[in-house]
Design a protein around this ligand. Structure first.
Ligand code: BGC
Length: 751
């Protein structure tokens, strides 16, 4: 093809072909963009909250006017078929009739509320985690919504941070599995179906590493730490096809995530191939000014758009600044158009251009929301989220005939049962432990015994903006005395203690993560009666429980379990369901140990009790009270010897690790058999162990099952000295066990 004429013809042909090669979506959206004015384009980048429910400053009371003028492309905090229809009708009266997109924080269920994510993670059951997301999507979409701000996949090693409740804990590998399951659950296989949602992975990125566990605080981390431990769950969500990404409030490498071009463009779009749209967190463009990264809103708007943000959540910065920025040449038309494209493409995928009212069906809402089926799933998942932390002398399960005293501020609080971020959840439908016990017609007497806390500052800060504000002014000494009397009259005492839901979640960091002091006083006073005590914990984070663990014979971690909380706890207390939950975040002995996590490094001076100059504390142990992966059962599981199919692994080959597990106790039960690996020598130092697999098995009493895992070179890969993802030949230890601490090991070599 040396002939220039022929070359020209070929080039023309190619050009026509590439125009023709546009998908119907590209053609539709590009054509629409051509017809839009600059104002209409900027409007699509503008996400505003309705006045139903807000988590930050409510800045745009006139949001309806913006919709009518075509200057707002998406709304959050508005749901129900009626309300979304009313707002969508406004959009349908605009010049181009571009439908609105309705988003909401559907975090652990919409109306049927499931356990908080940190609790649900303890099921170690990806099918259940996907199912709860599926049900949440079904209910939310029946209620007028198309977009959820979930999953939150921020790896977190600091339980002082209140938002650990929204994530799945400290482990990267486990976080990856959950990210995939959740995206699949929300989005299904067809976004244009009317019962799926756009998912939004958040908070991109590294928000879980805020210094000192204080919300919204600074993050500072090496690239290696990011790539190895913090980024993989976000990446897993992208690979699973997540439609949207939310930026985080924190800075990364000195630049707020929302203005971080390396993060939002180089990494997310170029390296990871993300095709959806990026939304900011609530007013995070505006917050760049307080961060000290830009002078004013004008600079903030340019920084965010040029970094790769497509949609401004509630800040009004794009709406207010982009026109001028374009005129001044600070942003380009191409960048604006590309942001508009990402957003319109998502609306197209949902089928909103074909039928903007497809999610506004009153009949469907009435039928599908909180159906008996959904509630049954909520109970099943809640039961499986419960973690038995201690059970001395088989105090649990309870005997039916026992005379029970139920004591504690959380025993009959419907609001607390659905936990934080239960946005549309109807707490009046939540089952408390008291109600569940009464339904079972057991012999139970109840008294609160204490307020949530006697610390008035903590109380005020925690209840700010919560739905139940009224402080209970009953005399606390009288409450305690009456509860002790009740305990004395009983055979056994159930104590429902912990945190109120407002003490956890966003903007709920605590520097002291014990059970509040006044509740501890109550617990100690009841314990002093000599009656057997079962501590039923309700809380949104790992707590420090050294005294409780040393004294109280039975401890059950129940988190905030959702709509069916009470029924699930009662099922476990009476042995209808044998608990099998395992922690996905370490419980420290005290706050001074934080961060304490299982996959730490060995250091140059590993802990040695006989050597003063080894890494340790003078006043406490290095390991946590309850380690990652920990949880007991009413039955006993005995592990046999771990066997490897061979001692040498070569690339492309597989090695089998097997271990017989026997249910040697008195109940049928389930066990999560966990596999960890340690790379003994690396071009960069490697953790003492890393989770690489697990199997959840059901064993009838007396039954033995041999559990087999397969290891390949892929499981041994990490970011090496030159930041290449690869495995290095050498020696490895494989560990198998019931939690990250109690394991057996064997060695092998990678050739
Ligand atoms: C939170 C986000 C949430 C958003 C919208 C923010 O305060 O950080 O997680 O999705 O509000 O409600």
């Amino acid at each position: 093809m040396k002939n220039p004429k022929r070359l020209l013809v070929a080039a023309l042909l190619l050009a026509t072909l590439s125009v023709k090669a546009q998908t119907p979506k590209q053609a539709f959206v590009n054509n629409l963009i051509k017809r839009m004015t600059l104002d209409e384009k900027i409007g699509q980048l503008n996400l505003l909250t309705s006045d139903m429910d807000v988590t930050g400053p409510f800045m745009k009371p006139g949001y309806k006017k913006d919709i009518e003028a075509g200057l707002c492309g998406a709304i959050f905090n508005a749901y129900t078929p009626q309300y979304t229809r009313q707002l969508q009708e406004m959009a349908m009266n605009t010049r181009l009739k571009i439908p609105l997109l309705f988003g909401y924080d559907v975090i652990h269920g919409h109306k049927t509320i499931f356990p908080i994510p940190l609790g649900e993670a303890c099921t170690w059951d990806m099918a259940l985690l996907e199912q709860s997301a599926r049900i949440a999507a079904q209910e939310a979409s029946a209620d007028g919504l198309q977009w959820t701000y979930s999953p939150m996949v921020d790896i977190a090693r600091d339980p002082r941070w209140g938002r650990v409740a929204e994530g799945v804990g400290e482990d990267t590998w486990y976080g990856v599995q959950v990210a995939k399951a959740k995206v699949k659950g929300y989005q299904g296989s067809d976004l244009s179906a009317n019962n799926t949602l756009l998912a939004c992975v958040k908070h991109f990125a590294l928000y879980g590493a805020v210094q000192a566990g204080r919300d919204y605080n600074t993050v500072d981390m090496s690239r290696r730490e990011m790539y190895q431990y913090y980024l993989p769950p976000y990446k897993a969500a992208i690979d699973a096809g997540v439609a949207t990404v939310m930026t985080s409030f924190n800075e990364i490498d000195g630049t707020p995530a929302t203005a971080n071009k390396w993060l939002l463009t180089d990494l997310l779009r170029r390296d990871w191939g993300f095709k959806g749209f990026v939304v900011t967190d609530y007013t995070s463009i505006n917050e760049m000014i307080a961060h000290g990264n830009v002078k004013d809103e004008y600079e903030a708007g340019a920084a965010a758009l040029n970094a790769g943000v497509d949609m401004d959540m509630q800040g009004g910065i794009f709406a207010g600044q982009l026109k001028k920025l374009l005129k001044d040449g600070k942003v380009t038309q191409k960048t604006i158009d590309s942001a508009v494209y990402h957003i319109l493409a998502a609306k197209y995928d949902l089928g909103l251009f074909k039928d903007p009212f497809k999610y506004c069906d009153n009949e469907r809402a009435a039928k599908e929301i909180m159906s008996a089926e959904n509630l049954a799933a909520a109970q099943k998942i809640a039961e499986r989220s419960i973690v038995l932390l201690k059970n001395e002398n088989q105090l649990l399960p309870l005997k039916k005939e026992a005379k029970i005293a139920l004591i504690g501020p959380l025993a009959n609080s419907q609001r607390d049962m659905i936990g934080n971020w239960s946005a549309a959840g109807d707490y009046t439908r939540a089952v408390t432990l008291l109600e569940a016990l009464k339904k079972r017609s057991v012999n139970v007497q109840y008294l609160p015994g204490a307020h949530y806390t006697a610390d008035t500052t903590l109380y005020k800060r925690a209840t700010q903006k919560q739905r139940l504000d009224a402080a209970d002014t009953t005399d606390s000494q009288q409450m305690l005395a009456a509860a002790v009397e009740l305990a004395k009259q009983s055979d056994i005492v159930l104590m429902a203690l912990g945190e109120s839901q407002g003490m956890t979640g966003e903007a709920a960091s605590r520097s002291n993560i014990s059970i509040p002091e006044n509740q501890q006083q109550l617990l100690r006073a009841v314990y002093a009666t000599g009656k057997p005590v079962v501590l039923v914990l309700m809380n949104g984070r790992p707590l420090t429980l050294e005294w409780e663990d040393a004294h109280i014979p039975a401890i059950l971690e129940t988190w905030f379990l959702g709509t069916k909380a009470g029924d699930a706890i009662a099922a476990v207390l009476f042995g209808d369901y044998n608990p099998a939950g395992k922690l996905t975040m370490s419980f420290p002995r005290n706050v001074g140990q934080i961060p304490v996590y299982y996959n730490h490094k060995n250091t140059g001076r590993p802990m040695n009790p006989y050597n003063k100059y080894s890494t340790k504390y003078l006043d406490t142990e290095n390991d946590p009270l309850y380690p990652f992966g920990y949880g007991l059962s009413y039955t006993k599981f005995t592990y046999g010897e771990v066997k490897l199919s061979k001692q040498q692994l070569t690339a492309g080959d597989k090695l089998q690790v097997s271990i017989p597990v026997t249910n040697s106790g008195n109940y049928n039960g389930e066990e999560v058999v966990q596999l960890y690996i340690r790379d003994l020598v690396g071009s960069v130092t490697r953790p003492v162990k890393e989770l690489k697999g697990y199997k959840k098995i059901a064993l009838a009493k007396g039954e033995t099952q041999t559990v087999t895992f397969e290891i390949s070179e892929d499981d041994l890969k990490f970011y090496d000295k030159d930041m290449r993802w690869k495995a290095e030949p050498g020696d490895f230890t494989v560990f198998v066990g019931t939690n990250s601490r109690d394991v057996q090991s064997a060695g092998f070599t990678l050739k």
